[in-house]
Ligand binder design. Structure first.
Ligand code: ADP
Ligand code: ZN
Ligand code: ZN
Length: 835
């Protein structure tokens, strides 16, 4: 008989496949893309079949344990896609493959401890130094089959660790372990009961079956009138009881049926459906995209559409046409702008053909969504970054909305960028990729100037509404009191001592909107109460013990907290360096801005939206609904409020401190500032009433503010692209960050220097620019010291990226071979986060 072997991807941080023998009874079940159970060390874990072969040079190959799926979970095209991600981003193939499947639908094995048959004999001979051993045996004797898991035993003994005892008992062959499989998330079923009798003959049935109980007779009458009855509703129906139903089932008068129920999040939103006719710019964008799609050729288009230009409407119309041709669609949006409003708009048009994937779904909802994508019921998938792995077939279009958003880049392995990967997946499907933004990334816009992408413009807002008027208030200058009498009087009444963060200008404008009952959005892109705590005596800024990040004061809980690792401690005024009690909170976070707003406008309804307050999808939805319906006057928050919201009643946007992030040591700092301020400004004046924006800064003379005020993306871009070219940054190069990380600082530093030398030697053609290693801004995170090596691969000399891939592969080999496990090394291709 011919031998069969399968190459399996396991969800482990190693970049190779594992070969297993296929036992005869599984031979006709194995197929690439199916999941299997495979022994790995002492565990049994889920893997994915990547390939099948009839020869391996390896010896002692283990057998596969089981094949889980009846059909392949990963279509061939998706497998090619995953392989590409793994190769381009130098990421372990197993980690990539498992990004394509929701985690908790995998099967896990658990070890159960039970007693060996002859355990009594062994017990006589055994010598234990631990009384616990005997007690464990007694406990297991009470439940010999299937025994207990380690965790269950530990819970019974109220202890943290029984590893030592269980090891001893297994070594002495008193206790044995067996693995059983469990699936953490199961499909959900509802039980229905159906009548199994002729309702016409109900009286004779009662007689024949000798039914005396009046409850049972009543129930019978109820069931005679319905086709099927959902048993979960029985609690709310006082005509029927559980016992009478059971009685009728026993008599064979009712039968039960199990039906799978599908779990869905609630996406309702109080916006009415609108009848929309595309305007001339929208129509022309629509035509270009659809005609590209009709040709069944891969193509990328970039929609540069100002805020409120109606991009969503273009997406919806194109998708409708493309679905008619039998194809499917993926729509990627940043996690934050996955608002109920956006989903609602798609649901109105496409109803139950839309599946939504995001991080707040429960495991059950994830499973049920996934199953409906695989079965073809969902033909449009909307989701954040990971939705690019959706197992749709015949993809016709992939849309990446807000394509400039940095959340498309995953910051842990696999470190892919979903926007760029979307283009590759479209290529594999001969589909069109559409990137959309009011503030395109410099990289994408550049590609539209070289002809790599086709540029589509939506230069004006729909409905003849204008872009808002933007005022830059420079806080470093003395505020000019305007000649407007009303304003002047108002300004005089404001006591500067009581107001810390809001300029008189902004306060005045907020007051005006409150009177007119118009909506107000206030951005402060930093959460907490104060930004940091500084000692007036010695100048020390209180830092996290584990990270090089300043602690933030949260007034509500009276704590100082690290926003990176979550470390927190009680707030005291005592400085940890000089012990004086002069530790003073400085700067403002959302919590303090909210407090100041409440003090100045005590009767306004104010809501705060940041990751401290938006702890669930439900709260988020409620706040947005209330703001939409005017029950909230002022919405203040972090960048959560800056994107995607289309609220017609908002006419004022205020930015408390536009400088946050502007001075970061990151070549994209100016670009980010332009993007976030333009996006948040775009929430203002989207309907009949004209919008206004007030941006407060201490650097009013910076160029970027003039471009923001003038809504001049082009000008911003032209300056920016020159700098990128001069400094050889993307789009002119591919930027790679190699990071070493260790609790041992000297070791991390030594290894990054070593890697610097290795990379320099590998670059035989001298096509790379390798900067000297340096500690990043956050030099320590979670107790680990970090060092970065920045490499720029010129695109002009390595258009395909093959040279880069080859070198990084060798770097990886070197790391595996030569670098101790005490140092974590990661390679970040097309790095976005440099800090
Ligand atoms: P963007 O995503 O470009 O910021 P949206 O797609 O949210 O803009 O559209 C802004 C608003 O304009 C929405 O309320 C939308 O329903 C409406 N809208 C879009 N296109 C039209 C149109 N052609 N005529 C009238 N209203 C439109
Ligand atoms: Zn001090
Ligand atoms: Zn920390």
């Amino acid at each position: 008989m011919r031998e069969l072997y399968a190459d399996i991807a396991l969800n482990l941080p190693v970049d190779s496949l594992f070969t297993y023998r296929v036992p005869d009874h599984l031979a006709d079940k194995v197929l690439p893309g199916k999941r299997v159970l495979a022994g790995f060390g002492k565990k049994v874990i889920t893997g994915i079949i990547m390939g099948i072969k009839d020869f391996t040079p390896m010896e002692n190959v283990k057998d596969l344990r089981a094949v889980i799926d009846d059909e392949s979970m990963i279509p061939e095209e998706l497998m090619t896609f995953c392989n590409w991600i793994s190769e381009y981003y130098v990421a372990p193939i197993g980690e990539v493959m498992f990004s394509a499947i929701p985690r908790n639908i995998n099967i896990k094995s658990e070890s159960y401890y039970s007693l060996e048959e002859d355990y009594c004999e062994k017990l006589d001979k055994a010598r234990f130094d631990d009384e616990l051993n005997m007690e464990i045996i007694t406990v297991i004797e009470n439940n010999p089959y299937p025994g207990f898991t380690k965790r269950q035993l530990e819970r019974k003994f109220n202890t943290k660790d029984l590893s030592k005892q269980l090891r001893q008992l297994t070594n002495e062959k008193i206790v044995r372990t067996d693995s059983y499989y469990s699936r953490p998330t199961q499909p959900k079923y509802a039980t229905f009961v159906l009548k199994n009798f002729d309702e016409e003959k109900i009286d004779s049935i009662i007689e024949e079956n000798k039914i005396k109980s009046s409850r049972m007779i009543e129930a019978l009458k109820v069931f005679s009138k319905v086709n099927e009855f959902d048993l979960s509703g029985i609690k709310h129906d006082n005509r029927i009881s559980k016992s009478s139903v059971d009685g009728l089932i026993r008599k064979g008068l009712l039968v039960t049926k199990k039906v799978r129920t599908l779990r869905d999040s609630d996406y309702s939103f109080p916006e009415a459906a609108k009848k929309i006719v595309l305007n001339e710019f929208q129509s022309s964008a629509f035509d270009r995209i659809f005609s590209a799609s009709e040709k069944n050729e891969f193509k990328t288009l970039l929609i540069h559409g100002v805020t409120g230009s109606g991009k969503t409407e273009v997406y919806i119309n194109v998708i409708r046409k493309i679905l008619e041709t039998g194809k499917t669609a993926i729509v990627l949006v940043p996690e934050i702008s996955l608002t109920p409003q956006l989903v609602h708009r798609f649901k109105i048009v496409f109803d139950d053909q839309v599946g939504v994937i995001h991080s707040k779904l429960s495991d059950g909802e994830k499973l049920d969504t996934y199953d409906r994508i695989v079965s073809g019921k969902f033909r449009i998938v909307i989701g954040a970054r990971s939705a690019i792995f959706a197992p749709l077939k015949k993809i016709g279009i992939i849309i990446v909305d807000e394509e400039h958003d940095t959340s498309y880049k995953q910051e842990n392995s696999p470190r892919y960028n979903a926007r760029d990967a979307a283009i590759y997946r479209a290529f594999l499907n001969n589909a069109v990729a559409v990137l959309g933004s009011a503030t395109p990334s410099v990289e994408s816009y550049y590609n539209s100037t070289t002809g790599k992408y086709e540029l589509l413009s939506l230069p004006s807002r729909v409905n003849d509404s204008d872009l808002p008027e933007i005022k830059i208030v420079d806080l470093s200058e003395k505020q000019v009191i305007s000649d407007d009498e009303e304003k002047k009087d108002f300004f005089d009444t404001i006591d500067r001592v009581r107001v810390k963060f809001l300029s008189k200008e902004l306060i005045f404008e907020i007051g005006q909107r409150l009177v007119k009952k118009q909506g107000i959005i206030i951005l402060q892109n930093r959460r907490g109460y104060h930004s940091y705590l500084e000692c007036l005596n010695c100048g020390n800024v209180e830092m996290c013990r584990r990270c090089s990040i300043a602690l933030t004061y949260h007034k509500f809980f009276e704590i100082m907290k690290c926003h990176y690792c979550g470390y927190s401690r009680r707030y005291t005024k005592v400085c940890t360096v000089c012990n004086s009690d002069k530790l003073i909170p400085k700067g403002a976070g959302t919590e303090r801005v909210e407090e100041e707003l409440k003090r100045i406008f005590p009767s306004a309804a104010i809501a705060r939206m940041d990751s401290d307050t938006m702890t669930s999808g439900k709260i988020y939805r409620r706040v947005l609904n209330d703001f939409y319906e005017g029950k909230i006057d002022i919405l203040a928050g972090t960048q959560m409020i800056s994107k995607g919201l289309d609220f017609p009643n908002v006419t004022l946007v205020g930015v408390i401190n536009a400088d946050i992030g502007l001075l970061n040591p990151d070549f994209r700092a100016t670009e980010r500032t332009f993007q976030i301020l333009t996006q948040v400004s775009g929430r203002s004046g989207r309907s009949v009433n004209k919008g206004e924006v007030i941006i407060q800064t201490n650097h009013g003379d910076f160029n970027v503010f003039a471009d923001i005020r003038n809504h001049d993306y082009k000008k911003f871009y032209e300056k920016e692209i020159l700098i990128r070219e001069q400094l050889n940054y993307p789009p002119f190069s591919r930027l790679i960050v190699i990071e070493t990380k260790s609790e041992d600082k000297a070791l991390a530093e030594g290894k990054i220097k070593e890697l610097f030398n290795v990379v320099s030697q590998l670059d035989a053609l001298k096509l790379m620019q390798i900067l000297p290693p340096h500690p990043p801004l956050f030099a320590k995170l979670k107790d680990k010291f970090r060092f970065h090596l920045l490499i720029k691969f010129s695109r002009a000399n390595d258009a395909s990226g093959n040279y880069m891939k080859r070198i990084l592969k060798e770097v990886n080999e070197y790391v595996k071979r030569e670098i101790t496990k005490k140092v974590n090394v990661s390679v970040d291709v097309d790095a976005v986060n440099l800090m």
